[in-house]
Design a protein around this ligand. Structure first.
Ligand SMILES: Cc1ncc(COP(=O)(O)O)c(C=O)c1O
Length: 363
């Protein structure tokens, strides 16, 4: 069994993807070809955002967002310690300081009750992460940010397709940023990402920064990067987006079936999806103080499982200069010590899921 099996989708729509690829080969506009604008329009429509600007990855997407906000040396950006390295990496790359706030014990998203205390006059942005497919309470985070006039970037790399109060992730704050890495809920066949905003000026800056800060041809008013999404990836994503709503439904059914099957399992807890939220279960993750035993039982039956972010960011060597230590973010540390993600994809077979649940119940 694969942890995330990408093959069934290709078997289903590979012929359509091949036709799209063929079309790009024939028109030859490999950089910012017509498919790029087409997918941007469709993604904007899907999320309800005014603008979608596709980019080269979810990491570059966050980087471009911070560059557009003018983040640089001496600035602070608030994020969480329980996330993929990209969220803090991009802050440090610009010479700014990542300021961590702990996560909630139920959703493992930014704890809005400790957010305000972390704001200083140096805070240039707040970057909550919608971990494992569920957004934080973005109303609460936006309210605090608005009080201080600070923009909010939702790192929605794992939550494209999720909703909060009926609105789509990526369209819940000043900027939404996502990733189309192949194993993400909406994944393409390589690296790509996208930015979302309702702000015309920011959208223009994103477009400019992703092409080396170029305004009109050979004229560079600001610093930028080579941050474009390939036309080929846009073409592939156009087909994948067609089946995506059905995949989201399937993810939700599988997520709920896991939680039902694992309810009451000894020494473990299942993910909590809060009222007013839907999750896309980028990962289906349980917490257990018996993580290793469960993992060994699964491995004995050739079932893969993964402990993501088992070293939270404040304890990573690259951030040692921040002077943070074990005990500083107890909830993030507990989740890092106990999390275990189980096989999940919209094409996970029902029988395989039952088998996984039975093994965990018996472990
Ligand atoms: C929370 C989070 N942020 C950012 C990224 C970066 O996305 P990418 O791999 O497309 O650069 C990821 C991808 O793993 C992620 O999970």
């Amino acid at each position: 069994m694969k942890f995330i099996d990408l093959k069934p989708k290709h078997q289903l729509i590979g012929h359509k993807i091949n036709a799209r690829i063929q079309k790009v080969m024939e028109h030859g506009q490999f950089i910012l070809g017509p498919e790029v604008r087409e997918i941007e329009n469709k993604l904007a429509e899907y999320t309800g955002s005014k603008h979608c600007i596709t980019v080269s990855s979810g990491t570059d997407s966050l980087l471009i967002a911070l560059m557009a906000l003018g983040v640089g040396p001496g600035d602070e950006v608030i994020t969480v310690p329980y996330t993929w390295i990209s969220s803090a990496e991009v802050i440090a790359l610009l010479g700014a300081m990542p300021i961590f706030v702990d996560i909630r014990s139920d959703t493992w998203n930014m704890d809005d009750t400790v957010l305000e205390a972390a704001i200083t006059e140096k805070t240039k942005a707040i970057m909550p992460v919608s971990i494992y497919g569920q957004t934080p309470d973005m109303d609460k985070i936006n309210q605090i940010a608005d009080k201080y006039g600070i923009p909010v970037i939702e790192d929605a790399a794992q939550s494209f397709g999720a909703t909060f109060k009926g609105r789509k992730s990526c369209n819940l704050s000043t900027i939404g940023s996502t990733s189309f890495f192949p194993t993400k809920p909406l994944g393409c066949y390589g690296d790509a990402g996208a930015l979302f905003t309702n702000d015309d000026e920011l959208a223009e800056k994103f477009r400019c920064i992703r092409v080396h800060g170029q305004g009109r041809k050979h004229h560079h008013p600001i610093l930028g990067i080579n941050g474009r999404m390939d036309t080929l990836q846009a073409a592939i994503l156009l087909e994948i987006l067609e089946v995506f709503p059905g995949e989201v439904n399937k993810r939700q059914q599988l997520g709920q079936a896991y939680s039902k099957g694992l309810a009451g399992v000894k020494g473990a807890s299942t993910p909590i999806i809060r009222e007013n939220h839907t999750s896309v279960y980028a990962q289906y993750t349980i917490l257990s103080d018996r993580r290793e035993e469960i993992q060994i039982s699964l491995r004995e039956k050739d079932i893969p499982s993964v402990s993501y972010y088992s070293v939270p960011l404040h304890l990573q060597p690259v951030f040692a200069h921040l002077g943070l230590k074990t005990g500083d973010f107890p909830v993030a540390e507990k989740v890092a010590n106990e999390c275990l993600s189980l096989p999940m994809s919209p094409y996970l077979a029902y029988e395989d899921q039952i088998r996984i649940i039975d093994i965990i119940l018996a472990a």
